[in-house]
Design a protein around this ligand. Sequence first.
Ligand SMILES: Nc1ncnc2c1ncn2[C@@H]1O[C@H](COP(=O)(O)OP(=O)(O)OP(=O)(O)O)[C@@H](O)[C@H]1O
Ligand SMILES: CC(C)(CO)[C@@H](O)C(=O)NCCC(=O)O
Ligand SMILES: [K+]
Length: 249
Amino acid sequence: MILELDCGNSFIKWRVIHTADAAITGGGIVDSDQALVAAIGALPGLHLAGGRMVSVRSEEETTALCALLQQAFAIDVKVAQPVQEMAGVRNGYEDFQRLGMDRWLGALGAFHLAKAACLVIDFGTAAKADFVAADGEHLGGYICPGMPLMRSQLRTHTRRIRYDDASAERALSSLAPGRSTVEAVERGCVLMLQGFARTQIEQAKALWGDDFTIFLTGGDAPLVHEAVPQARIVPDLVFVGLAMACPLS
Ligand SMILES: Nc1ncnc2c1ncn2[C@@H]1O[C@H](COP(=O)(O)OP(=O)(O)OP(=O)(O)O)[C@@H](O)[C@H]1O
Ligand SMILES: CC(C)(CO)[C@@H](O)C(=O)NCCC(=O)O
Ligand SMILES: [K+]
């Protein structure tokens, strides 16, 4: 069994797969290193041979998490590293090491699945879009605040925006103009995400006509899907790229 980890800025997505056929035997989303160790440890019949990780956290945090996993489960965890080119995709950044590894692996995974021009839109803590042309050239992309950041900016910098998580969830049963603060904010932010997605698709159309595949990923992808029904939601897109970047040797 292999442990796979995607360490984002707010959450760690993890899963355990069988070495032979990549069948998924367990997984989840946690918000701390300690919760991660507890959740993995609770899997029945756990027998880890190794691990692979993508992290957009600091070098120190990433190293500390690897050490913790080594200590808890006696495994070496390979961490995906930036490269100029892999699996037919060429990193489009001026300095390839600066491109977020979650973005890079999403681009690798998408190009592998589409084998054609693709647009990857990832709605996590940050929202990001990346463009990969049909010849594998990564053209770059865009980064802006995702749903959690937009919400918390409004809550932090205004005095009268306050509401709890349960009412936030209820507010998203529709996107009609809000008749309460929670509806106005939650629906407004979702429309921002949808507008971001639509604008990226317009860009892709200008570049490639109708000849491209759209991938949606990240925890908030479902909030946007109705606005772009032609997109494929692939929640584990980063894991697809991770398996390519860190093959089991
Ligand atoms: N089961 C879940 N657990 C936690 N967050 C979830 C879940 N389902 C949806 N979400 C939403 O997903 C968002 C976080 O997405 P994601 O986990 O992709 O972010 P991240 O990887 O931490 O961020 P980034 O990739 O930008 O660094 C939050 O807005 C959260 O509300
Ligand atoms: C944009 C985030 C924070 C999204 O997780 C991550 O990809 C990152 O830290 N990237 C580095 C900056 C960049 O991609 O240009
Ligand atoms: K992420």
